[in-house]
Structures are given as C-alpha cells and as structure tokens.
Design a protein around this ligand. Structure first.
Ligand code: ATP
Ligand code: LTN
Length: 338
C-alpha cells in the first residue's frame, strides 16, 4: 500500500526565534500552521539562521539557544505532532545553507535590493546593515525550494519574499530544466496583518521596543487583559469597521479571528455599547483562544530531553527529505560529485 503522507501536498513555513511570538505571529501564521497539520505533509522550522541577522544575540549567544528551544516547545504546544509533522531547527539541516549559497548566485543584486523588509530593517538598524540581512530572502527561498513545497502559510508581510523565491525558482528551472516546484503563499483570513495595540498603523512586531503594543503568546491572562484594555482606539465610542478607525478595526479583526464572527455580527453585538465592554470581550476571547496552548506549554516546556529528542527526529526527517533536491541542484550546476 502506498504511504498516504507521500501523496499529501507539502507545506513549509518557519519563524525566527527573535523573541516570544506575538498574537500577530499566532493569528497571521501559527494558527494556520496548526490548522493544516493533518491534511498536509507539514514541515515547520525555527529559523535560527535568519535570526542572527539582528545584533541582539551577539552579547548573549546563550539567549539564541534558549529562544530556539523555547520556540520549538511553542511549536509542540500548538498541538503540532513531532511524528506526523516535520518539526525542526533550520541550522540542524545544513542543506539550507548549502542551497542558499547556490541560489545567491542566481539572484541579482538589484532584485534583492528592492525588498521592502530589507529597506525597512536597514533604515531601522542603520548600525548593522549586514550582508546576511540583504541575503535573508534568498535563505528563505532555499528553505522553501528544498522541499518541493506546495504551500507556504505566512502573514501578508512575507508576500514579497515568497515572490522572489518563485522568481529564483523560475530562473533556475529555465536554465537547468524542471528542478523546483513553484510554491504558493497561504494566507489566513483576517489575521494576515495584526497591528500594534499602541500604534495601530504599524504591524505588531516581536522586535517592537514597546511591549505594551504586543500581546505575547506566553503573557499571563491578566497581562493580556491589561494590554488589550489599554489599546489605542478613538473618541467616537462606535464599534464599526471603517476607514480611519485603525485601532477599532484591529481589535475587531482580532476578535473575529478568535470567535469566527463576521464584522457585521460584531457591530451588532456591540451596538450602543462603549469600548469598555468591547475591549473586555476581545481580551476574554484572546485569553480563551490561547488557553489550551498555554496549558500545553506549561506541561512541555520543562522537559528539555523530550524537546531535544523531537528536534533530533525532525532534523533527521528534514535532512532526508531535502537531500534529493540538493543533490539534483549540485549535479545540474556542474559540481564534481563526491
Ligand atoms: P520581527 O519583528 O522579529 O522582525 P516578526 O514578528 O515579523 O519578526 P517572523 O518570525 O519574521 O516575525 O515571522 C513569523 C510569521 O509571523 C511570518 O509568517 C509573518 O508573516 C507572521 N507575522 C509577523 N507579524 C505579523 C503580524 N503583525 N500580523 C500577522 N502576521 C504576522
Ligand atoms: N522570513 C520569515 C521566516 C521564514 C520563513 C521561511 C517563512 C524563514 N524561512 C520559509 C516561510 C517559509 C518571516 O516570517 N519573517
């Protein structure tokens, strides 16, 4: 009998261990990862190689190690299955760095220089515009293309990176014949861009220096309630999804993601009621949404041996799956085979 896992479409995504993931990471990406885990052949990675493009770990390398382990435990606590899914740490699978180098040589300087994230991050961190930050999307392309990925669940901010991965794949295929599958992005519903609670014109970001703007996935319920209650709204006292009401729109999107309610149903529920009631309901919905995750995390996070065992198993599976594509690439490019 054929192995059904082999016939399932392939899903790959990754997240950087830069800090504890936010509600934005959860609603924009991780919730979708979990919802796809049974119907697809899923590979999910902690993108630790990507995360050394920032300087935060230089003073404290052990923080990178701790964050990586914590993020791996978070993946397990989401209900992802280390046997059915392939859960791994990117640096454990050398094929990612190997393919990235090859793809660097098939990417033009100009096309990498157009990436919005590179422009934004190099403006924000002008003291550390390293070559890794510039090549970041090419490593991400390697992550994706190594596994003949069909779908990549990501937030809207990663759309341009998925496009460059596709462009690199098309270019390589046109020189050497069919080598890489062209991946499609997979966006969730309302959570593709969760905004900061303190400045709803900016995306909620793990690296935001103001922790009040972010709900972190490991925040205690009372902290979540406090942050949502102090979210910036407006002076209109009207729960409605309209242009210019960025703060309210953001809270409505969060509430909709957590409850499954449409914006219209939310407007009806809170018609004639103030923002106080609305914010309490949003906070309660978020706490509820994260409840089973929080319980799982408390159980799993102390068991280092289990986490390491799962990571080793994931790395072995990912290495075996990626070897085929990397081998093909090395041969096609003309490297002498060992
Ligand atoms: P950083 O702030 O450290 O640059 P980040 O918070 O953007 O990082 P990543 O690790 O780069 O997080 O991204 C993980 C996933 O979360 C990606 O798929 C990204 O699109 C998604 N994501 C990040 N922030 C948001 C957000 N505010 N809303 C929706 N999705 C998001
Ligand atoms: N750059 C991504 C994280 C990432 C990723 C990937 C996402 C690294 N490799 C491969 C999808 C597929 C981000 O979300 N900032």
């Amino acid at each position: 009998m054929e192995n059904t896992a082999e016939k399932k479409k392939i899903v790959l995504s990754a997240i950087q261990p830069t800090s504890v993931p936010t509600l934005g990471n959860y609603l924009g990406a991780l919730k979708n990862w979990a919802s796809m885990k049974d119907d697809y052949n899923c590979l999910y990675a902690v993108a630790d190689l990507h995360s050394i493009t920032i300087s935060a770990f230089r003073d404290e390398p052990s923080l990178l190690r701790r964050n990586t382990q914590q993020l791996y435990a978070i993946m397990l606590a989401l209900g992802l299955d280390p046997d059915e899914n392939t859960l791994f740490v990117q640096s454990h699978v050398p094929a990612h760095s190997q393919l990235a180098w090859v793809l660097n040589c098939y990417t033009q300087f100009g096309e990498a220089a157009r990436m919005t994230q590179f422009k934004e991050k190099s403006e924000k961190h002008a003291d550390n515009v390293n070559v890794g930050l510039f090549a970041y999307p090419i490593l991400m392309a390697a992550d994706i293309l190594l596994y003949q990925t069909d779908f990549v669940p990501i937030g809207a901010d990663q759309k341009q990176h998925l496009e460059i991965a596709r462009n690199i794949a098309v270019r390589f295929n046109s020189i050497y014949g069919d080598t890489f599958k062209l991946p499609e992005p997979f966006f969730g519903k309302a959570g593709t861009r969760v905004m900061s609670l303190q400045d709803p014109t900016k995306k909620m970001s793990k690296s935001d220096p103001n922790p009040k703007g972010c709900v972190y996935m490991l925040d205690e319920p009372d902290v979540i309630v406090k942050k949502i209650k102090s979210a910036v709204t407006d002076s209109e006292a009207l729960v409605a999804h309209r242009e210019g009401k960025d703060g309210v729109n953001n809270l409505m999107a969060i509430y909709s993601c957590c409850t499954g309610m449409s914006f219209e149903a939310i407007e009806n529920e809170f018609a004639g009621r103030g923002y106080g009631d609305f914010k309490s309901a949003v906070a309660e919905a978020v706490v509820e949404e994260l409840r089973s995750f929080r319980d799982n995390y408390k159980r799993i996070s102390g068991d280092k041996a289990y986490i390491c065992e799962c990571a080793a198993k994931g790395a072995e599976k990912a290495a075996a799956m990626s070897a085929r594509t990397l081998g093909k690439v090395m041969k096609k490019v003309g490297f002498m085979l060992p």
